[in-house]
Design a protein around this ligand. Structure first.
Ligand SMILES: NC(=O)c1ccc[n+]([C@@H]2O[C@H](COP(=O)([O-])OP(=O)(O)OC[C@H]3O[C@@H](n4cnc5c(N)ncnc54)[C@H](O)[C@@H]3O)[C@@H](O)[C@H]2O)c1
Length: 328
């Protein structure tokens, strides 16, 4: 495959680029670097441009003879999306339409889309299956679900083949330790706890302990970024013309915020301070995936399902790169 990775200089895209290359595929990164890092894709072909720029997109698709697009580029903070929904619908939804139009015009018919567990909102049951009710409770989730609907319409009308991957909480880092999570601002729990372990934050905040969960803190399903990356390679290989596949990607086990902090204390051997803070708006109590469909149809098998291993690989990256990539 000859793949264009929009948002490929970000956390997940940089790991997927590596998995594609390891699988013998070619990858071109297309990223405005609004959040990403050139150093995360050092040595790769990098087009620095915005997905909003239709002309630059078409040029990148044609010049690099792209046959498959993996669309990561988006803003990713559910909390921010509550205060700035316009920012999220513009970048995540409108720009995805620009991409779909550019692909159609250039005859590129294969797409993998980074969707999210946030499309489910507060789910009716756990673990969540792909056919469960779609009812996002924040504009971030809505901005992504809208793209799933657009993809389905483009498949029906124009023969686009696509796979929408609904990621649960992505964490960890390449075991090599040279690429990892470096968001700014960071809102994800594992890097936040590890930054507190490194003394870069005074403490880690627990946003709410009055949820309807065993210890009152939010429960999430953590998936290793390398396992997620492997699923992208399988998903891209499984694209069928005119069809849209939808897959949850998680490990099927929920861990509370308090359990994650305890695991980080065990892995680092450090007494990481924590403090209770009010709930964040737009946070569901519990999100746990059933990934049976990915197991049976993509033959996906996570290599690092264990939370302690996920944290250990993240710790390896953060210890070695306390300033992230050092570019912002
Ligand atoms: N990290 C998670 O746990 C998680 C969970 C569910 C879904 N996702 C989805 O996965 C994708 C990647 O997430 P991530 O954690 O790697 O985020 P990230 O912020 O690290 O990467 C996103 C990349 O997209 C780029 N980008 C954003 N808008 C752009 C635009 N208009 N034009 C060009 N480039 C643009 C950024 O510069 C960045 O490099 C996102 O679509 C996100 O919604 C992430």
């Amino acid at each position: 495959m000859n793949v264009l990775l929009t948002g490929g200089a970000g956390y997940i895209g940089s790991h997927v680029l590596r998995a594609l290359k390891a699988g013998g595929h070619d990858g071109t990164v297309y990223d405005s670097l609004v959040k990403g890092h050139a150093a995360a894709v050092a040595g790769a072909r990098l087009v620095v441009a915005d997905v909003a720029d239709a002309a630059a997109l078409k040029q990148a698709l044609r010049a690099n003879k792209i046959d498959t697009v993996i669309h990561f580029a988006a803003f990713i903070e559910a909390g921010e999306s509550m205060a700035a929904p316009d920012k999220y619908f513009r970048n995540n939804t409108l720009n995805a339409l620009t991409l779909l139009e550019a692909m159609n015009e250039c005859g590129v018919k294969r797409l993998v889309f980074s969707s999210t567990a946030a499309v489910y909102g507060n789910p009716d049951r756990s673990p969540i299956q792909e056919t469960d009710r779609l009812a996002p409770i924040n504009p971030y989730g809505a901005s992504k679900l809208a793209v799933e609907y657009m993809i389905r319409a483009h498949a029906d009308a124009f023969g686009l083949g696509a796979v929408c991957l609904r990621y649960f909480n992505v964490a960890g880092a390449d075991p090599a330790g040279d690429i990892g999570e470096a968001h700014s601002p960071e809102t994800h729990i594992i890097p936040l706890v590890l930054e507190a372990a490194l003394g870069r934050r005074p403490q880690v905040k627990i946003f709410g302990d009055d949820y309807d969960t065993p210890d009152g803190t939010c429960v999430r399903d953590y998936i290793h970024v390398c396992d997620l990356a492997a699923a992208h390679v399988l998903a891209a290989g499984a694209i069928a013309p005119g069809a849209v596949g939808v897959f949850n990607l998680g490990n099927g086990e929920g861990f509370s915020v308090k359990q994650v902090i305890e695991t980080c204390r065990t892995v680092t051997g450090l007494p990481i301070p924590s403090a209770l803070a009010p709930r964040r708006p737009g946070d569901p109590a519990r999100l746990v995936a059933s990934s049976q469909k990915a197991f049976s149809q993509l033959h996906w098998r996570p290599q690092f399902p264990d939370l302690a291993t996920i944290v250990a690989h993240a710790w390896n990256w953060h210890k070695g790169h306390p300033q992230g990539y050092g570019d912002r």
